[in-house]
Write a protein of this length. Structure first.
Length: 233
């Protein structure tokens, strides 16, 4: 039942169900291959722990990863419960000199960074280099706003969390514990979405014009195309 339900969700989300269970990073249209120059992960609607585990493993394997929209990450459980747990965490400190740590990050991107760091042997050379291959951001800053983004199906809330279960958005939790820049990120994201929408409309119109041009030129090129195909074009 779970596999068939997940398959239906993959189809609705535009994810290839054949690769949904196996592929670590799957874009919304097709699977990617490992060891690209850079992988940009859209963290929206992913579960924090599952996402961090997958990213940590790929960092150790040598992949460079950029995480964007960290404020849209989800955590299972209600906001009140997660806030109480975080307040307990904030009370943990070094008695003799609190300036020496532990350090309690409030920004969503740094919270994700710290969770991933906990899954890496970051005090060894191997773990230190793996952590240096990671970048985390709130929102989608340039130049990553113009790059193809991927998701992690095994960490997607829609496929991993039972419908009706409560969850917390990491950005809301961060606001409750001292993050003061949520309004700035919201403003920048609104501007980015307006630009992206206008770009998509323009691209869609150009693709339509191109399709008409190809159709009109098909008859003229009917004698040339077989020759080009014979040469592998």
């Amino acid at each position: 039942v779970r596999s068939s339900a997940a398959s239906d969700v993959y189809k609705r989300q535009g994810i290839n169900a054949e690769y949904g269970a196996r592929a670590l990073f799957s874009p919304r249209s097709c699977p990617t291959k490992m060891f690209q120059k850079l992988v940009v992960v859209d963290c929206k609607d992913h579960l924090l722990g599952r996402l961090a585990a997958k990213i940590a493993k790929e960092l150790l394997n040598g992949q460079h990863i950029v995480c964007v929209r960290c404020e849209e990450i989800n955590i299972t459980g209600t906001l009140i419960r997660n806030r109480l747990k975080y307040m307990i965490f904030l009370r943990k400190r070094k008695n003799t000199n609190p300036k020496k740590g532990p350090f309690h990050y409030r920004a969503p991107s740094k919270i994700l960074w710290r969770v991933i760091r906990g899954m890496l042997p970051h005090k060894t050379t191997r773990g230190e280099k793996a952590l240096s291959r990671l970048k985390v951001f709130e929102g989608v800053p340039p130049p990553y706003d113009k790059k193809k983004k991927v998701i992690v199906p095994d960490a997607y809330r829609i496929t991993r969390l039972r419908p009706g279960r409560r969850f917390t958005v990491l950005g809301d939790l961060s606001k409750k514990v001292g993050w003061k820049h949520s309004h700035v990120i919201a403003k920048l994201e609104k501007q980015r979405k307006v630009k992206a929408s206008s770009f998509y409309r323009r691209k869609k119109a150009l693709n339509h014009v191109k399709a008409i041009a190809v159709k009109n030129a098909a008859e003229k090129l009917s004698t040339v195309n077989p020759l080009l195909e014979s040469y592998g074009y």
